[in-house]
Design a protein. Structure first.
Length: 443
C-alpha cells in the first residue's frame, strides 16, 4: 500500500498488480516473482522501472562464443549427443583457463561443462552429500544465492547457514569450527565475490576454510559465479599474478563452479564449468555405490549425477565457450575489461543512493571498502527491507530483500546493477530524490 497518492508510478495500478500477482508478501517473494510483477506494472503503466532485482547480464557476449557456436551448428553437432563429461578440446581449455587465472592444476578429466553453475551445484549436492551417511548436511556461508537452498529443499537434503557479516577474519575460524567439529557437515558452500553482498573473502579467510576442510574432511564447493569481477585486483593477464583468490590454494578437498553467465555474459546459453580437484576426483566412497555405478567420486559425478540430470551439456554451446576461452587463454580477449562497466554503474548508483539518505549495508572486507561490482546492498533509515522494497515499487525501482538470502541484515535490499543503463541514472536520481522528500524531508 502506498502512503502517498502521487508517487511516480500510479499507486492504483501498483496495488492492483500486486493483488493480482498472487504474491502474499513482497518481502519474501522470489526474484522471478518480482520480475513478473514489475513486468506487469511496466506493461500497464508504460513506465520503465529501474530494475535492480535480477542478475541478468546487461552486456554483449564475446563474439568468439557466438561464432564458435554457429560454426558447430553448421558442422552438424545439433543431431549428435555430446559426451557427458564434455568435449575434449573444451575440457583442455577449461583446465588451461584454471591454470592461467587461478594458478592451480586441474586435470582436464575433472573439468566438466555443466548446464550452468546451477546444474553444477545440483549435481555436486547429489554426490558430495551422499558419500557418507554421517555427513548429511551442507553448510552455507551466507548471505547466498537462494536457489541453492531451494535445491536442497527439492532434494530433501539438510543445510545450515550463518551470516558471515559478524565473523570476518580470524573470527571465521571459531564459527566454522563450531559447525564442522560436529562431524555432520559434508559440503561447505560460499560464493566469492559474494552474491548478494559483494563481499570478497580475504586470503586469510580462504586459508582458514582450506585448513578446516582438511581437518574435518569437508568438501568445499566454491562458487566463482563472478570470476575475476573483484575489480580491485586485475587478474586478467593469463599466467601472470595476481590470480583469482581461491580455496584451491589451501586444500585439495574442493570443487570449483565457474559460471560463464556473468563473467562471459553467456547466461542464455546455460553453460558453466565445474572443476573437481585431482585428489577428490580419485577418491572412493563405498556409500556412493548405493546410488551410482561405482564408488569413485569423479565417476559418480559424471556417470551418476550429470548423466541422469541432462546427459551432458548443450553440444554447440560447448564449442561457443571453447572459442571464447581459447581467445582469453591466448591473451587475445580481456574478459575482465569486458565486464568492468558494471563497476562504473555500481559506483554511480551507490553515490546516488547515499546522496539521498540511503546507507550501504555490507560495506567492508575486513578493513577494506568493498569493490564496486555486479551487486551491492543498501537500506533506508528506520525501515525494514520488506517495507523499503514495497515502497520503492511505487517509485519505479525494484530490488530484492536480503531476507531471502540468509542475511541477518533484515533492513537491507540487494541491488543488481546489470540492467540499469547509464541512460537511466538521471531517472534514478529523480526517483530517489522524490523518495527522500516523501520519507525523510517530510518527517
Ligand atoms: C552465486 C551464484 N551461483 C550460481 C549462479 C547460477 O549461475 P548459472 O547461470 O551459471 O547457472 C548464480 C547466478 O546468478 C549466482 O549468482
Amino acid at each position: 500500500m502506498s502512503t502517498n497518492p502521487s508517487t511516480p508510478i500510479d499507486p492504483q495500478i501498483v496495488d492492483q498488480k500486486m493483488q493480482q500477482s498472487g504474491i502474499e508478501q513482497i518481502g519474501t517473494a522470489s526474484i522471478r516473482e518480482i520480475v513478473a510483477l514489475v513486468n506487469e506494472i511496466e506493461k500497464a503503466t508504460g513506465t520503465r522501472y529501474i530494475r535492480m532485482e535480477m542478475g541478468v547480464p546487461g552486456l554483449e557476449p564475446p563474439q568468439e562464443a557466438i561464432e564458435g557456436e554457429i560454426e558447430a551448428l553448421q558442422n552438424g553437432v545439433a543431431s549428435k549427443y555430446p559426451m557427458i563429461e564434455g568435449i575434449k578440446p573444451l575440457k583442455n581449455e577449461i583446465s588451461r583457463f584454471i591454470k592461467n587465472f587461478i594458478h592451480i592444476d586441474v586435470d582436464p578429466r575433472g573439468c566438466l561443462p555443466t548446464v550452468g553453475a546451477m546444474q553444477a551445484a545440483f549435481a555436486s549436492f547429489l554426490v558430495a552429500g551422499r558419500r557418507d551417511p554421517a555427513k548429511d548436511t551442507t553448510l552455507f556461508i551466507d548471505p547466498g544465492f537462494p536457489v541453492q537452498k531451494q535445491q536442497h529443499k527439492v532434494l530433501g537434503m539438510k543445510y545450515e547457514s550463518f551470516d558471515v557479516y559478524n565473523y570476518r577474519g580470524e573470527q571465521l575460524r571459531e564459527k566454522l569450527e563450531a559447525h564442522l567439529s560436529q562431524g555432520h557437515i559434508s559440503t561447505l558452500l560460499y560464493s566469492n565475490p559474494n552474491n548478494p553482498s559483494w563481499i570478497c573473502l580475504t586470503e586469510k579467510e580462504l586459508q582458514i576454510i582450506g585448513e578446516l576442510a582438511d581437518r574435518y574432511d569437508v568438501i568445499v564447493l566454491e562458487d566463482l559465479a563472478y570470476f575475476g569481477m573483484d575489480f580491485r585486483r586485475d587478474i586478467s593477464q593469463p599466467g601472470e599474478p595476481p590470480y583469482q583468490p581461491s580455496v584451491a590454494h589451501y586444500t585439495d578437498n574442493y570443487m570449483l563452479m565457474i559460471s560463464s553467465s556473468k563473467s562471459f555474459s553467456l547466461a542464455g546459453e546455460r553453460i558453466g564449468m565445474l572443476a573437481i580437484s585431482n585428489g577428490l576426483f580419485e577418491r572412493q566412497f563405498p556409500k556412493l555405490r548405493e546410488f551410482y555405478p561405482n564408488e569413485g567420486f569423479g565417476y559418480s559425478m559424471v556417470y551418476g549425477a550429470l548423466y541422469t540430470l541432462s546427459a551432458g551439456t548443450n553440444h554447440s554451446a560447448q564449442y561457443g565457450l571453447l572459442k571464447a576461452l581459447k581467445s582469453v587463454n591466448e591473451g587475445k580477449r580481456n574478459f575482465v575489461e569486458d565486464v568492468r562497466p558494471y563497476a562504473e554503474r555500481a559506483r554511480m548508483m551507490k553515490e546516488l543512493l547515499q546522496e539521498n539518505g540511503f546507507n550501504l549495508v555490507y560495506d567492508r572486507d575486513e578493513d577494506k571498502p568493498l569493490a564496486d561490482g555486479f551487486y551491492f546492498t543498501f537500506s533506508f533509515p528506520g525501515m525494514e527491507g520488506r517495507e523499503l522494497l514495497e515502497r520503492l515499487i511505487y517509485y519505479g525501482i525494484s530490488a530484492i530483500t536480503l531476507d531471502i538470502t540468509g542475511s541477518e541484515r533484515t533492513e537491507g535490499l540487494r541491488a543488481c546493477v546489470s540492467q540499469v543503463g547509464k541512460d537511466q541514472m538521471d531517472q534514478l536520481q529523480q526517483r530517489l530524490q522524490r523518495f527522500r522528500q516523501d520519507h525523510l524531508d517530510s518527517v
